[in-house]
Design a protein around this ligand. Sequence first.
Ligand code: ARG
Length: 307
Amino acid sequence: MMTKLMKQSLISMTAFLLSLSLVACGGSAASSAPASSASETASAAEESSAASSAPASSAPEAASAQGSSSSGSGGGDTLVMGTSADYAPFEFHTIIDGKDTIVGFDISLAQAIADDLGKELVIKDMAFDSILMELQLGTIDFAVAGIVPTEERKQSVDFSDPYYSTSQTVVILKEDADKYTGLDSFAGVSVGAQTNTVQAELVEPVLTGASPVLLQTIPNLIMELKSGKIEAVCLESTVAEGYVSTQDDLMIAMEVPYEGSVNAVAVQKGNTELLAAIDATIDKVLENGQMEQFIQEASALANQAAG
Ligand code: ARG
């Protein structure tokens, strides 16, 4: 356990160093965020039920998979993953060979899980705040979406071992650097966060007296920040690093203390068979360095997408 956690810190550290190097070489005044294409915002917002196939999958559009009974690892040839692809480098839309494709290190992990089970991965893109409900309803088999396994969520779904560890931050406009210097500088200030996330829960209690503004997608939050409708966004560090490295007017103001910033895969309560398979794959990809490779590939793609 100890070694696994140490490995996870190493992985996060690698991701962090990588993002630093991206900052260092990303000199061009890039205009768009890793995950801010209009199509993506739209697709995440409208909770598209259209499943799209994974990057590596040669399968045609997953029309058949939409109707699959999705009964966990036991049933059918497909494994249906729920995600919210507004979260580079975890999961985001990009154009590959002229085609809108969902990529990211969560997607690579999900693909590895499906491969190990000998199943075809089907991705369902939806609003983050409906993922756990869809899981409970059984319309998806598992969820990989940079999800923090909170005690509250553990009441309704089961979680894998952690596959990534991260931290929480506040992103602001660079021009406001002098205004926001501590967790207590946000009294009465509008701070954005994604609906139903741990970031949303952090705003009021931790950024003392801040007024939370909750929106469905991260690109929308960044847009509101840039247009001055909100003053700050509470964001997971890995996602925040992506934005500040490509958008010159943004910066990370500070870390927000939060215990247990790790990410895990969610399955339906009691689906022990699928959970064991997922844990085995996670253990393997953390051990053999594949997870680290997934993270590097995703970060490179996100940086590329940001131009
Ligand atoms: N880590 C946060 C949480 O678990 C936010 C995750 C948001 N994920 C996404 N794909 N937009 O609440």
